[in-house]
Each structure stands twice: as structure tokens, then as C-alpha cells.
Design a binder for this molecule. Structure first.
Ligand SMILES: [Zn+2]
Length: 151
């Protein structure tokens, strides 16, 4: 299930929060009905994307072409698609995303929000905010950051 919520930021901008999965059941028409020239997406709640979901999302990005589209707080599953599919976001701008770190002491993955401009400064290790142990980037960093270095 996917839910959309939106609120206006100003006369020409709206914030769109998407929570859930992108699948063949995802209907983006609610987003298409928004008339704002600038759409600011919050994608932190995107939990899973299958191949049909990829197709629907690319269709949405195509339909929104010409407007200003900002993608904020891209979730780890969203970044995975961003890395695999060159045209995944079209002309939209990725502004920030989550980076996965693993603390073996806590046995937990911890997500860190990163601004797109600071992506290449991400450290391989950082202190766990809970226990203070060193936690490690939970993927191959150069692979996870493919979408940053690709162009
Ligand atoms: Zn820890």
C-alpha cells in the first residue's frame, strides 16, 4: 500500500510525502492532479520498489517534466533503484538521501541523512550515536554513491 499526503508550501510549491511501496498497485494520479510548479517530495517512507513500481515512477517523472521536482530524504530502497536505472528520476533533482551504517555492537542498521552536496564526504566509519562503537558503512560506498558520481 502506498499513501500520499501533500500540503502547500506557498502559491507555487507543494510538499508531497510518499509512504509505502512502489508496485503495480501504486497510483500516482493524486500527485499528477497537483498543479504546483514546484513539487518537493519526501521519500523517506518509500519501503520497497518492484519493476512495475519503477515503471510507474518513471512515468510520473516524465509527466512532471518541465516543473521543478526536488527529491528529499530518499530512502535506501529508492537509492538502490537510482543506482541501477540511469533514467530513474529524469530531470528531478536529488537533494538529500539516507546512507546506511551498521553497528555490530548494537546489531542495528542506522540511517544517516546526507545532503547531496556532501555525499562524497561520507566517512567509511563513524561513531554509533547509541553505544559509541565504530559503525561501518553498510554497503560498498562507491556502489551506493553511483548516482552521485555518474554525471
Ligand atoms: Zn551501537
Amino acid at each position: 500500500l502506498t499513501t500520499f499526503s501533500h500540503q502547500s508550501i506557498d502559491e507555487s510549491s507543494a510538499r508531497v510525502t510518499v509512504v509505502g511501496e512502489f508496485t503495480e498497485h501504486t497510483d500516482f494520479s493524486e500527485v499528477l492532479e497537483l498543479s504546483s510548479l514546484r513539487l518537493v517530495f519526501d521519500l523517506s517512507g518509500v519501503s520497497r520498489i518492484n519493476s512495475c513500481g519503477v515503471r510507474e515512477w518513471i512515468r510520473l517523472m516524465d509527466a512532471l517534466r518541465g516543473r521543478t521536482i526536488e527529491l528529499h530524504k530518499c530512502s535506501v530502497p529508492f537509492v538502490a533503484q537510482l543506482n541501477m536505472i540511469v533514467n530513474f528520476v529524469g530531470e528531478a533533482k536529488v537533494c538529500s538521501f539516507f546512507a546506511p551504517y551498521l553497528c555490530v555492537e548494537c546489531d542495528k542498521e542506522r540511517l544517516r541523512l546526507v545532503e547531496r552536496e556532501r555525499a562524497l564526504e561520507l566517512p567509511e566509519f563513524m561513531a554509533c550515536p547509541e553505544c559509541g562503537a565504530a559503525m561501518e558503512f553498510d554497503d560498498l560506498k562507491e556502489v551506493y554513491l553511483t548516482f552521485v558520481t555518474r554525471r
